[in-house]
Design a protein around this ligand. Sequence first.
Ligand SMILES: Cc1cc2nc3c(=O)[nH]c(=O)nc-3n(C[C@H](O)[C@H](O)[C@H](O)COP(=O)(O)O)c2cc1C
Length: 335
Amino acid sequence: MYDDLPTSYQVRDITISPNIVLAPMVGVTDSIFRRMILSLGGCGLVCSEMTSASAVSPRARSRHRQLDYLPEERPIAMQLSGSEPELVAAAARVVEELGADILDINCGCPSPKVTGGGHGSALLRDLPKMERLLKAVCNAVQIPVTLKFRAGWDEESLNYLDTAKMAEQAGVAALALHPRTRAQGYSGVADWRRVAEVKRAVRIPVIGSGDVRDAADALRRLRESGADGVMIGRAAMHNPWIFRQIAQLRAGMQPMVVTPADKYEFLTRYLEMCCEELPERLALNKLKQLIGQFGIELPGAAALRSAIHHSTNVAKAREHLDRFFAQYVDAAVAG
Ligand SMILES: Cc1cc2nc3c(=O)[nH]c(=O)nc-3n(C[C@H](O)[C@H](O)[C@H](O)COP(=O)(O)O)c2cc1C
């Protein structure tokens, strides 16, 4: 039923297989989260959180934490934002030295803090500048450069086709389009017909990003848009097994049913990894952030979320997790 769909794509000589990838998310897709996702299977590529080029220079090494990764995460993309071509090109060289397989440039972030500095989706308002930036970066590094962008600044200035064609000419090796405008933020819907249009307009791989909620959704989007790959963001926080479920559905199997035991194991392992690698306060914050999005989907979930949000240390938060899941996990084991 899904045999006709592509299963991989090439970013120059790098094969991305499967063609279902984790979207970059600031504050979320750090090395720990990426390794958790990869450990569950079905995800072909991960990307760092967006990092400002101005924070990435050979002298700013200690501030590169956001670009930390482990070899088992490869192939890995690292994402930079910026507005000054030479500064981003210099940061691109650092990213290459750090061992990234792919350098991704962010021209989609709608946050006023980012666009205010001329970064992210602000570049959609100045394609000649974006072109200079992309050319400078492509010339600066050997690794493939990819672009993640939005459909335009607002509905009155939709320029995704011009952006895509310009980027291809500038030497960009693949595109990821989140087909909302900057003005939409995360409201409304991601119009995947725009992804289909971009796919028809260029020869480099095109990845679609936006509103993929479950396995069937991902494969339907892939089919309808003709895209080379699908990127999954928020749904990966809600259901980290979505990548594996897509692989199962594609192989003709029923997607796995995620049990309370799976959820308990994921959350506790995530917390343990955070505690091993981060100061306690940050580890606790990471859990608080994930639990806000994570699909617990059991009676009492709201109370658990609230209890964790009010926890003042990791031990307390862990206690809440243990107590909440004990009822379900014991039952699951007994059954
Ligand atoms: C919390 C959060 C952080 C994000 N950070 C980034 C980022 O660092 N770089 C980027 O290109 N997009 C970022 N995005 C956008 C996502 O990569 C993705 O394109 C968007 O969320 C739509 O996909 P989704 O519906 O699957 O979440 C972020 C989105 C969210 C929700």
